[in-house]
Design a protein around this ligand. Structure first.
Ligand code: NAD
Ligand code: ZN
Length: 283
């Protein structure tokens, strides 16, 4: 498997230089600690996951309310199966006969609007507190909330991408031909959704851009991610190993929690607007 292939791992990570845990006892004191860490940092990079969009009605994969608790964990070879039979994949797409968890996720994605957490994050970018957001989400809600310095490592569901030349096309300007799978107008290869499938390599330029941001960061803000999907989750461990202050916003424990400097055990849509209030009050 190539280094950038997207995989889900249950193998435990270990951090080479775990920093002392300064977990604060209540969300309020944790928020104050997080605000202080953000304001004293030189270059803050946020890393977001499906939990950021939970309050927009988009289910996460993992967690008690996640799709896998409801439908079971899917096969992790989605990209291989797409390449083995792209015509069949596209036929299931147009006849809406994909796996049930995919259909449920699609329905939620079509209706979702940015929630207070997306808007708060956009506010943090505007005020210069957050320099870049590395997103694992494919829902496009960060862009719709106004974030501009955004690296969507797993792509964006509102776009198509050619697997040959990498050309991305907005879905609303792309007309799939009668014959499937749709060919790329540029190089004739096959078009798929821009979102990265299980087992599909993350486009290397996106990983490189994300890594460059992590290398600049002296503080990372991990929001709503289970820190399980590689290679992107590895970036948080790199940041921690490079000495960055690590802040986590997540109602549940993750494998990163033990090495975080600050853990805010709250929903993103509660925590991030609270953080913005503290930041604007000059905490
Ligand atoms: P995940 O599903 O593995 O984990 C979700 C995490 O969010 C969990 O740790 C959970 O405790 C936390 N969470 C749940 N509700 C939350 C809330 N209200 N506020 C903050 N955190 C909350 O998600 P992941 O780590 O992003 O990895 C899964 C992969 O699934 C990603 O690659 C992503 O592309 C894809 N995905 C994307 C979407 C989306 O675009 N909205 C939705 C589902 C899955
Ligand atoms: Zn092409």
């Amino acid at each position: 498997m190539a280094q950038n292939d997207i995989v889900d791992t249950t193998a435990a990570y270990s951090s080479p230089n775990a920093s002392p845990l300064t977990l604060t006892s209540t969300p309020d004191t944790a928020l104050v600690a997080a605000a202080k860490a953000l304001t004293s940092a030189r270059y803050v990079v946020a890393m977001t996951g499906a939990g950021l969009s939970a309050e927009s009605g988009i289910p996460t994969f993992r967690g008690d309310d996640g799709l896998w608790a409801k439908f079971g964990e899917p096969r992790m070879d989605g990209y291989k199966r797409f390449l083995d039979d792209p015509h069949g994949w596209w036929r299931r797409e147009v006849t809406q006969t994909q796996d049930p968890y995919v259909l449920e996720l699609r329905r939620a994605l079509e209706q979702a609007q940015p929630n207070p957490a997306h808007h708060a994050l956009a506010g943090m970018e505007r005020s210069g507190v957050v320099k870049t957001v590395i997103s694992q989400n494919v829902d496009g809600l960060e862009e719709r909330a106004g974030l501009t310095r955004l690296i969507e490592v797993h792509g964006n569901r509102s776009k198509y991408r050619c697997i040959g030349c990498g050309r991305r096309t907005p879905r609303d300007t792309f007309v799939p031909p009668a014959e499937l799978p749709p060919p790329c107008s540029e190089c004739g290869s096959i078009v798929k959704y821009d979102s990265v499938m299980f087992g599909e390599p993350v486009p290397p330029e996106r990983m490189a851009a994300a890594r460059a941001e992590i290398d600049r960061a002296d503080c990372v803000l991990a929001i709503g991610t289970s820190v399980t999907v590689r290679p992107v989750s590895g970036l948080l461990w790199i940041a921690e190993a490079q000495g960055a202050t690590v802040i986590e916003v997540n109602p549940n424990e993750t494998r990163l929690s033990g090495v975080c400097d600050v853990v805010v055990r709250a929903k993103a849509a509660d925590a991030l607007p609270g953080l913005v209030s503290l930041l604007s009050a000059g905490t």
